[in-house]
Design a protein around this ligand. Structure first.
Ligand SMILES: [Fe+2]
Ligand SMILES: [Fe+2]
Length: 214
């Protein structure tokens, strides 16, 4: 059975103008993530894993932006709202998730500032990587279905690596990490559902997309 995301991706790859905006929107969200990681780096004690993670998220933002050129060289020059899908929801998804996860951690006993910052970084990133895995995988299937010139396979490979790193770091952070991670994923799911609904409303034609379409 097709999911809402599958239908959305299939509708997007059939509409070049929407497809450019979709790539630009994903680029914006990757860039927001990269900037957040950079901002939370310790000025002295930042390690190789975190530097790599920030560098790869910046690369995703750059690469997605570059892919727009394969569809239309003049499309979506900036992250201005008219070049994005669901600009508000796309812009604030990550910030809202950050706030929700910080609130969740504040309910914990004996939480100090350093632990909260670290926990929020790990849990937010974990939830996003779980989502990225699903989203880019489904998007790539839709791209394969139309033999698109666009592909996101290199992003998928790097996001899988990030998810594994986050799992390892969360295990060190808290033995009961899975409970916290599941709660973070539930918070993320609400924001994701709002986002996908807003994107689908703009893409339109979803109800008209024939189910046999590749
Ligand atoms: Fe990414
Ligand atoms: Fe990532």
């Amino acid at each position: 059975m097709k999911t809402a995301l599958t239908e959305l991706c299939q509708a997007i790859v059939h509409q070049p103008e929407m497809h450019c905006k979709w790539l630009n929107t994903l680029s914006l969200m990757e860039n927001t993530g990269a900037r957040k990681i950079s901002a939370s780096e310790h000025p002295v004690h930042v390690d190789l894993t975190m530097l790599k993670h920030a560098a790869e998220e910046f690369r995703h933002a750059f690469y997605l932006k570059k892919l727009i050129g394969r569809l239309d060289t003049n499309s979506c020059p900036t992250y201005a709202p008219e070049y994005l899908l669901a600009p508000r929801a796309s812009r604030f998804y990550l910030h809202q998730l950050d706030i929700a996860v910080c609130r969740m951690l504040l309910q914990e006993d004996r939480i100090d500032r350093a632990r909260m910052q670290k926990g929020a970084y790990l849990l937010v990133t974990y939830a996003i990587e779980v989502r990225a895995d699903e989203l880019y995988g489904t998007y790539q299937q839709a791209l394969d279905g139309v033999q698109s010139r666009v592909n996101v396979k290199s992003i998928i490979a790097e996001e899988e690596g990030h998810l594994e790193e986050m799992q390892q770091l969360l295990q060190q952070f808290d033995p009961a990490w899975k409970t916290l991670a599941d709660r973070a994923c539930r918070l993320e799911e609400q924001l994701y559902n709002n986002w996908i609904e807003a994107v689908a409303a703009e893409v339109g034609h979803l109800a008209d997309t024939p189910t046999t379409v590749q």
